[in-house]
Design a binder for this molecule. Structure first.
Ligand SMILES: NC(=O)c1ccc[n+]([C@@H]2O[C@H](COP(=O)([O-])OP(=O)(O)OC[C@H]3O[C@@H](n4cnc5c(N)ncnc54)[C@H](OP(=O)(O)O)[C@@H]3O)[C@@H](O)[C@H]2O)c1
Length: 263
């Protein structure tokens, strides 16, 4: 991925799972990475391993739901590494929101991390990117954005909102030299999916997922949807009339007891 060499990236949710694997992958490609999440120790250990093999990594802890600390973390990365070329808004959480235990508190928590957390990070990187006329914003959404899945409506709603937000930004920002990539993964083996007790077809290794995402970023693709069997299936499911979708999803999924929804 020679195109990415020397770029400065901020990766949110870098302390675990997809974020950690992406940080390693991009750092190996010569990207200088700013790592953010709440768990400082995990970030420091990741930065140490990247630095040990000659890469550049800066740790800037922040709670994604805190606008001020998110802005401060991104400013810190920019002051240490230079202007941000690439934002990877990956921090996210999964939570089941079944109808018979429905709580707006759960939905609020999901919205705060999965939507507002991304909006705060985008708000921090956009003005300098617009001033420079270049940059790349990547958001990790989910194939669960495609339709409302039973038992995890809160998660699906936040990922659908995220995909719509990124799509609007993509259209507006393209003529200004800024690319936007929306990533829709299926199931990836991470701490998030370790908590799930339902079937996860085509569960993918996190390193494999990180390679697919990194290639999509290098190619500045508008969307990266994987693995293809689930992405293709969900693309078809998206087109089904409600009468068929409702019966199909109830038969295939029913009401899930634990998070996440297609993650
Ligand atoms: N795994 C899957 O199957 C799958 C599929 C589709 C989409 N996704 C999406 O991929 C992204 C990464 O998920 P993952 O599977 O890698 O999960 P994960 O291992 O649980 O990682 C989630 C990351 O988000 C960070 N995070 C969560 N809440 C945060 C907060 N309030 N402030 C700052 N950071 C926060 C966590 O860091 P701290 O706890 O240290 O703050 C952690 O680094 C998420 O957006 C998820 O929705 C995952």
């Amino acid at each position: 991925m020679p195109r990415l060499r020397g770029q400065v990236a901020v990766i949110t949710g870098a302390s675990s799972g997809i974020g950690t694997a992406l940080a390693r992958n991009l750092a190996k490609a010569g990207v200088r990475v700013g790592l953010t999440a709440r768990r400082t120790e995990a970030l420091e250990s990741l930065a140490g391993s990247i630095q040990a093999w000659g890469g550049t990594a800066v740790v800037a802890p922040a709670d994604a739901t805190d606008r001020v600390s998110t802005h401060a973390a991104i400013e810190r990365v920019a002051s240490e590494l230079g202007p941000i070329d690439l934002l990877i808004a990956n921090a996210g959480m999964g939570l089941s929101t079944p109808a018979d235990h429905f709580s707006a508190d759960d939905v609020e928590q999901l919205v705060r991390v999965n939507i507002l957390g991304v909006a705060y990070a985008v708000e921090a990187v956009l003005p300098p990117m617009l001033a420079r006329g270049r940059g790349h914003i990547v958001g990790i959404s989910s194939l669960a954005a495609y339709r409302g899945l039973p038992g995890t409506g809160g998660y699906c709603a936040t990922k659908a909102a995220l995909s719509a937000l990124l799509e609007s930004l993509r259209v507006e920002l393209r003529p200004k030299g800024i690319a936007v990539t929306t990533v829709h993964p299926g199931y990836v083996r991470t701490p998030m999916t370790e908590r799930a007790n339902h079937r996860m077809p085509f569960l993918m290794d996190v390193e494999h997922a990180a390679r697919i995402i990194s290639r999509g970023i290098a190619a500045r693709r508008s969307e990266v949807n994987f693995p293809w069997p689930i992405a293709g299936f969900m693309a078809l499911v998206r087109l089904l009339p409600n009468s068929i979708y409702d019966r199909l999803s109830h038969a295939l999924i029913g009401r899930r007891q634990t998070p996440p929804a297609g993650s």
